[in-house]
Design a protein around this ligand. Structure first.
Ligand SMILES: Cc1ncc(COP(=O)(O)O)c(C=O)c1O
Length: 369
């Protein structure tokens, strides 16, 4: 029986009538931009995260760019981040004219290692961008401490981790700013592109609010060079309908992760670890195997969805060749990129499908032995 890597429609199948009604209500209202759903969603998301202020934007990439701009980061500045992430994290840093400086990861969590981040700080460093990769929060208390001791801003790229927590506090509430993506495959999905910046600083949130709308509070007065990056009302209406469901979806993902463990997957491949005090939301379920490529080929042939995410880490991407990194510079990042494989994970994944996945992984392991 084939098992897909993800099933984005299954989780909201029962809600579709409601969501369609919400979309029709927006159409009937004739308010499509900077409307009441977007404003209500900003408050609802900020309160769910525990971050004070929310600013809804067009996507998660813009959320990062606008956060960096709000901090005044640009040419001549350095920003420490991870190379084991989606390109947008470092692209945003380069987009504002700053230089990404890549620090190695903690191999247990796939997230930036706070000690490596600290070692990468120079007199030009202005910020750390931590990514909560695959739904697992980075070591936020330690990163907050590094940032404070060196006078740096901390940005959380929480695109993959809506609802994750550290010591009971929402991922997204530790940084000076945090960014979310509601891309349709994320664990809190829209029906198109959408994103959000949250911040506990009213000043920083206000700067992002100005920047997302041409540096303007009112239509004919322009205070800053900004851009057009607003979340549209239709996406906001969809997201408002889904927000109360996300915690249940995350619980279902965590239950599926527990079932993989109980079914013995850990005897065959290295399972994702959960950092102490952190609640992982398993946006993706990424295991490790030294024979990753062969495993991926066998699973694909058996109809089991799988994918190697970020298999060329950012320090080795052509766009950053001028920064002079070489293979070997970030050994844990490179090993994770060589070994990581995402297996099926979605809230409606059931035990019988997971048994198929584990059986296929076992068959691949036997074939390789
Ligand atoms: C870690 C990370 N950062 C940033 C982004 C960018 O978000 P978006 O696709 O909404 O621009 C994504 C998702 O695509 C992501 O996974």
């Amino acid at each position: 029986m084939p098992v897909p890597l993800m099933d984005i429609r299954g989780q909201y199948a029962a809600l579709l009538d409601d969501v369609k009604q919400a979309v029709c209500d927006v159409i009937d209202s004739g308010r499509f931009i900077l409307g009441p759903n977007m404003r209500a969603l900003e408050d609802e998301v900020a309160s769910a995260v525990g971050a004070g202020h929310g600013v809804a934007v067009a996507n998660g990439t813009d959320a990062l760019v606008l956060s960096l701009e709000a901090l005044g980061i640009g040419r001549g500045d350095e920003v420490v981040t991870t190379a084991y992430t989606f390109y947008a994290t470092a692209e945003a840093i380069a987009r504002v004219g700053a230089t990404p400086v890549f620090a190695d990861i903690d191999p247990r969590t796939f997230n930036i290692d706070p000690a490596a981040a600290e070692a990468a700080v120079t007199e030009r460093t202005r910020a750390i961008v931590a990514v909560h990769l695959y739904g697992q929060p980075a070591d936020l208390p330690a990163l907050r401490d590094v940032a404070s001791r060196h006078g740096l801003a901390l940005i959380e790229d929480a695109a993959q981790a809506f609802g994750a927590t550290v010591d009971g506090r929402g991922a997204g509430s530790f940084g000076d700013l945090a960014t979310f993506s509601f891309f349709p495959t994320k664990n809190f999905p829209a029906f198109g592109d959408a994103g959000m910046v949250v911040s506990s600083s009213a000043d920083l949130a206000e700067r992002v609010r100005l920047l997302r709308f041409h540096g303007s509070r009112e239509k004919r007065r322009f205070e800053l060079v900004g851009t057009n990056s607003r979340m549209d009302e239709i996406q906001a209406a969809v997201l408002r309908r889904f927000l109360p469901e996300v915690s249940g979806w995350n619980t279902a993902r965590r239950a599926a992760a527990g079932r993989y463990r109980r079914l013995g997957l850990g005897d065959l491949v290295q399972l994702p670890a959960e950092a102490s005090g952190a609640e992982h939301v398993y946006h993706l379920y990424v295991v490790r195997s030294p024979a990753r490529d062969q495993l991926a080929r066998t699973l694909t042939a058996a109809g089991i969805g799988c994918r190697a995410y970020y298999d060329v880490p950012l320090h080795l991407q052509p766009v950053f060749a001028h920064l002079g990194y070489r293979r070997g510079d970030l050994p844990e990042t490179e090993r994770a990129a060589d070994e990581g494989l995402a297996l099926p994970m979605f809230p409606t994944l059931d035990e019988s499908a997971q048994r198929e996945v584990v059986a296929a992984v076992r068959a691949a392991a036997l074939a390789a032995a």
